[in-house]
Design a binder for this molecule. Sequence first.
Ligand SMILES: Cc1cc2nc3c(=O)[nH]c(=O)nc-3n(C[C@H](O)[C@H](O)[C@H](O)COP(=O)(O)O)c2cc1C
Length: 178
Amino acid sequence: MPKKILIISSSPRRGGNSDLLADEFMRGAQDSGHNVEKIFLKDKKVNYCSGCGVCYDTKKCVQKDDVSEILEKIATSDVIVLATPVYFYTMSAQLKTLIDRCCPRYEEFSNKEFYFILTAADEDKAMLERTAESLRGFTACLDNPVEKGVLYATGVWKPAEVKDTKFMRQAYELGKNS
Ligand SMILES: Cc1cc2nc3c(=O)[nH]c(=O)nc-3n(C[C@H](O)[C@H](O)[C@H](O)COP(=O)(O)O)c2cc1C
């Protein structure tokens, strides 16, 4: 059965390594007949969570930006793909900023499947585990998240360097089998 898949590409570099892998995942998922949408997060206006706490009661954020539209897409998707460059061994600030803004609706994000796409200059996959763990800090707050796959794209530093690597195929296959 076709799934609804939302890819959140969070690098500030359009066409950079994680964004290219996100596109490959999308291509694979589309080839399997899924309904896929990709958000390039930098195109969206995402303010910081102010921690005001209003949403604890209202389940709505007082801020007016693009986040409510993104949260609606997350809530209505079966599969969420989080693509991020590794920045100082954690996720991009863009992605963390969005995750913090999930407060009003994260309790609705139940039974979703997750994929993580991580890109880093480091050659050592083990060094990227900390970044995967930082993403698990988000999914651990959700009801019955299913982590379906993590792509650790190591040894890629310059923009688009990932194009000549095995990781492109791996991203496609992850999407194809999603
Ligand atoms: C601010 C910044 C911090 C980075 N920190 C790390 C790091 O901690 N470890 C690492 O291996 N690579 C680090 N890198 C390299 C990126 O992870 C690498 O270039 C990655 O391929 C970028 O993905 P992108 O093209 O999708 O943005 C850093 C790059 C920048 C710009």
